[in-house]
Design a protein around this ligand. Structure first.
Ligand SMILES: [Zn+2]
Length: 95
């Protein structure tokens, strides 16, 4: 975990906040290969983001199964808001 934080500080890995944004881009197929590699490196190292990614994709799968192609924005926002408060424990809160 310490190595993980050093990597983020050196810019070798994106921060949790950046990964948060990457997830949406990743699912849209908007991430270039370089960013995707950093994204996966972070997801592999960071249990918080790993769990968030699983939860996020599971949420989308569930809404798809329910016949809704687009996940309800409210649900996505709630999930993100919840995780942001958890991330804020280890990072500087901006809002
Ligand atoms: Zn993370």
């Amino acid at each position: 975990m310490i190595l993980h934080k050093v990597k983020i500080m050196l810019g070798l890995e994106p921060s949790c906040e950046e990964v948060n944004g990457f997830i949406v881009q990743y699912l849209d197929g908007d991430l270039d290969e370089k960013t995707r590699k950093k994204f996966w490196a972070h997801i592999g190292d960071c249990s918080t983001c790993g769990r968030f990614f699983e939860q996020y994709t599971a949420t989308i799968d569930l809404t798809r199964e329910a016949g809704d192609i687009t996940p309800p924005q409210e649900l996505v926002e709630k999930t993100l808001a919840f995780l942001r408060t958890r991330w804020a424990d280890g990072a500087s809160a901006s809002d």
